[in-house]
Design a protein around this ligand. Structure first.
Ligand code: SAH
Length: 615
C-alpha cells in the first residue's frame, strides 16, 4: 500500500495552497500551531515534525521554503531507495520542487501537484526533464529487468540518441510512446527472458502473468521452487513478469509458498475455497479429489486465474511434483489492480517510554504502514501526529487479552494491524501474550485458524529501565535484572522468591509495576529484603513518566524508600552494593562501576601491565 503524503502548512500565506494540494492528493494537512487556522493535526516545531514523518516513511509535501525541509531531513539521509519523497511548494503554488526521492515517486507527486495548482514542477532529475519519462521508474505493472543499464541508456538518449522499441509487448508500452526514435538504445518489451548485449539495452517485462500454487503442509521450499523454476524455464517466462503469487488462504503461513513469493519478489495474494471454486468452469484440470480435500476443484489453476481477473486465460495448466502444484495465467494487459487479499500482518510495536526521539524508525514505519492501531489509549495518544487520521481501537488498562485477541483476529482478515505497547513490547507487555494465544488451538482458548496464519513482526523499543538508566547516569553498568511487582498475574510467593535471589545475587534491580492503587505492600517488602543484603545508603532512583511532560527523577537511600512516593508510572531502580551517586555540577548521577577501579587504581599505583590485563 502506498503511504499517503502529508501536506504541511507552515504559515498563513501558504495555508490555502496547502489545502488545495491536500484536496488534490486526498491527503491531510498538518499545520504549524498558532500560525495556521485549519489543519487535521497541529505541531509546535516544524523541523521535528518533518523529521518524525520522514523517519516513518511518510511522503512530505511542505508548503514552505525548500531550505526548511532540507534542514529538517538532512541528518536522516541515508538510503535513497527506501526514503520517502520530499516535495516543497511555494506559498503561491506557482512552483513545485521535488527535493528528494525523484525516482521514488517525488517527480510524479510534483507533477500531480503542479497539475492541480496550474503551477510548474521543477523536475531536475536528468532523465525526466529531457525525456518526459523515467526509464528506471516504470509505471505499475511494468518491471525493468536490468536497472543497471538505465543510466547508460538515459545518457545515450540525452545526448541526442533515439530508442527502438521492440518485443512482443511493444504495443502495450504506451508510456514509452514519446521517446525519440533511433538505434542508440534498444528497449525490449517482453514477458520472456532475453539477453541484453549492449549496456544501452533495456529489458522491460509487462507484468501480465500470475502464478498460482498449491502444496501439501510442510512441502520442502526447494521442491516448490524447483517446480516453479522448471515451469518458467519451459514456458519461457521471466520471473519479473509475474505480478503475483496466489494460493488458497489456508496456505497463508506455508513456508514453501512464502519463500517462493520472496524469491520472486512478487506479492502473495490469498483466496478462500469458495472464491477458488467459482473459477471451476475455467480450469483445465478440475479434480474431485481436491474438492473433497479443500472445497474447491483446483488450487493452483484457480488461484492463478482468480488473481489475474476475469479477462485472463490459463496459459500453463497445472504442473505438479510430489507435494506441490503450480500454474500460470495470462492477463491481456499489465496487471495494476490485483484481486484477492494480502496475508494479514500483526506488528507488535514498542514505542519507547514517551518522547518521539526514543522511538525507533522501524517502530514508526510499522505504525505508519498499519491499517489500524490497537492499544491502551494513553499509549496511542503518545504517538501524536503518527497516529493522526489512523483508525484506532482503544482498550482500557487491564484489557490486555481482549486487545491481543482483537489485534490477531483483525489481522486474520488480511489487514495490517499495529499493536502498540509502551517501552519494549516484549518486556512486561503484549508480545508474550500474543504468542501464548498463537500457541493454543482455537478450541483451547486460542485464536481462530485465520489469525494463527498472520505474519507477526516484533519491533524492539526502549524499555523504561533503559530510559531511567540514561536519565540517571549509568546504574545498569553492571549485572542487573528486572522484576515486576504486579501480583495480579504472578503468585506473590514467586515474586518474593525472585526478590530474595536478586538480593542475594547483588543485582541492580529495576522494579516495574512497583505499586498500584490496591497493591502497595510488595515494594516495602522488597526494600526490607534488600536491606538484609546491601547497605542502607544504597542509591535508589525513582523515575516517573520518563520521556513525557510530567517526567520526574528522584534519588533516595534504600532505607528511606517510601512507598507513598511511588506510583504506577514509576520505574524504581535500586542500586547494587556497588552503585554510587556522583555529585556532579548539574546534580546527582547514579552509576554502577564494573571493576575498572582496580585498573585505574592499579595504574596510579604503577602495577605491572601483566597483572592489569588479567582483571
Ligand atoms: N513494556 C514497558 C513496561 C510496561 S509495564 C517497558 O518496556 O517499559 C508498566 C510499567 O513500566 C509501569 O508500571 C512502570 O513501572 C514502567 N514504565 C513504563 N513506562 C514508563 C515511563 N515512561 N516512565 C517510568 N516508568 C515507566
Amino acid at each position: 500500500m502506498a503511504v499517503k503524503p502529508v501536506v504541511l502548512a507552515l504559515s498563513r500565506a501558504g495555508e490555502d495552497t496547502a489545502h488545495r494540494v491536500a484536496a488534490a492528493l486526498g491527503a491531510q494537512v498538518h499545520g504549524r500551531k498558532d500560525r495556521v487556522r485549519m489543519a487535521s493535526v497541529f505541531f509546535p516545531d516544524a523541523l521535528e515534525h518533518v523529521r518524525a514523518l520522514f523517519g516513518a516513511g511518510v511522503p512530505v509535501v511542505g508548503v514552505c521554503a525548500s531550505g526548511i525541509l532540507i534542514r529538517a531531513v538532512a541528518p536522516l539521509l541515508a538510503d535513497k531507495r527506501t526514503e520517502p519523497p520530499v516535495v516543497s511548494v511555494s506559498d503561491d503554488g506557482a512552483v513545485v520542487v521535488p527535493l528528494l526521492g525523484g525516482h521514488h515517486g517525488a517527480n510524479r507527486l510534483a507533477r500531480d501537484i503542479a497539475g492541480a495548482l496550474s503551477g510548474t514542477a521543477a523536475v531536475t532529475t536528468a532523465g525526466d526533464v529531457a525525456l518526459g519519462v523515467a526509464l528506471d521508474e516504470p509505471p505499475e505493472g511494468w518491471v525493468l529487468a536490468n536497472p543497471e543499464n538505465a543510466k547508460p541508456a538515459m545518457m545515450a538518449l540525452l545526448q541526442g540518441g533515439g530508442a527502438r522499441i521492440s518485443g512482443p509487448a511493444a504495443a502495450q508500452a504506451d508510456w514509452l510512446a514519446d521517446l525519440p526514435r533511433g538505434d542508440e538504445v534498444e528497449i525490449i518489451c517482453t514477458t520472456e527472458p532475453c539477453p541484453t548485449p549492449r549496456e544501452t539495452d533495456l529489458l522491460f517485462h509487462p507484468q501480465t502473468l500470475t502464478l498460482g500454487v498449491g502444496c501439501a503442509r510442510n512441502c520442502p521450499p526447494a521442491e516448490l521452487w524447483d517446480l516453479v523454476r522448471d515451469m518458467l524455464v519451459e514456458s519461457n517466462v521471466a520471473p519479473g513478469a509475474i505480478r503475483a503469487v496466489a494460493t488458497l488462504d489456508l496456505k497463508a503461513d506455508e513456508p514453501a509458498v512464502l519463500e517462493l513469493a520472496k524469491r520472486l519478489g512478487a506479492p502473495l495474494r490469498l483466496f478462500d475455497a469458495a472464491e477458488l471454486e467459482a473459477e471451476t468452469p475455467r480450469l483445465a484440470n478440475p479434480s474431485d479429489v481436491v474438492f473433497a480435500e479443500v472445497g474447491c476443484h483446483g488450487v493452483s489453476e484457480a488461484a492463478a486465474l482468480a488473481v489475474a481477473g476475469p479477462d485472463a486465460v490459463l496459459t500453463v495448466p497445472k504442473e505438479k511434483s510430489a507435494n506441490a502444484t503450480c500454474a500460470l495465467a495470462l492477463a491481456p494487459r499489465p496487471i495494476v489492480d490485483m484481486q484477492g487479499r494480502a496475508r494479514g500482518k500483526l506488528a507488535v510495536v514498542g514505542i519507547g517510554p514517551g518522547e518521539a526521539g526514543w522511538r525507533t524508525p522501524q517502530a514508526s514505519r510499522l505504525i505508519q504502514q498499519a491499517d489500524e492501531l490497537v492499544g491502551y489509549g494513553l499509549y496511542l495518544d503518545l504517538l501524536g501526529p503518527l497516529a493522526a487520521g489512523k483508525p484506532r481501537k482503544d482498550f482500557p488498562l487491564g484489557g490486555e487479552e481482549a486487545r491481543c485477541r482483537y489485534a490477531l483476529e483483525e489481522a486474520g482478515k488480511g489487514r495490517s494491524i499495529a499493536l502498540i505497547c509502551s517501552g519494549d513490547a516484549g518486556i512486561f507487555a503484549m508480545a508474550a501474550l500474543v504468542f501464548e494465544l498463537l500457541d493454543r488451538s482455537p478450541d483451547a482458548g486460542g485464536v481462530s485458524d485465520a489469525a494463527r496464519r498472520v505474519e507477526v513482526v516484533n519491533a524492539p523499543g526502549v524499555s523504561a529501565l533503559q530510559a531511567a538508566a540514561a536519565r540517571a547516569g549509568a546504574p545498569l553498568g553492571h549485572d542487573f535484572c528486572a522484576i515486576s511487582l504486579s501480583d495480579l498475574l504472578t503468585p506473590r510467593q514467586d515474586i518474593v522468591k525472585r526478590l530474595r535471589a536478586a538480593a542475594e545475587g547483588d543485582f541492580v534491580i529495576a522494579f516495574y509495576n512497583p505499586v498500584s492503587k490496591r497493591r502497595r505492600t510488595l515494594l516495602a517488602q522488597a526494600r526490607d529484603i534488600l536491606l538484609e543484603h546491601r547497605p542502607a545508603d544504597t542509591p535508589v532512583c525513582l523515575a516517573t513518566s520518563l520521556g513525557r511532560a510530567e517526567e520526574k527523577l528522584r534519588y533516595r537511600r534504600l532505607d528511606e524508600l517510601d512507598v507513598d512516593e511511588v506510583d504506577m508510572l514509576t520505574v524504581v531502580v535500586v542500586g547494587s552494593s556497588q552503585s554510587r551517586l556522583a555529585r556532579l555540577g548539574e546534580g546527582p548521577r547514579m552509576y554502577t562501576p564494573r571493576g575498572y577501579a582496580r585498573r585505574i587504581d592499579g595504574d596510579l599505583a604503577g602495577e605491572p601491565t601483566a597483572v592489569r590485563q588479567e582483571t
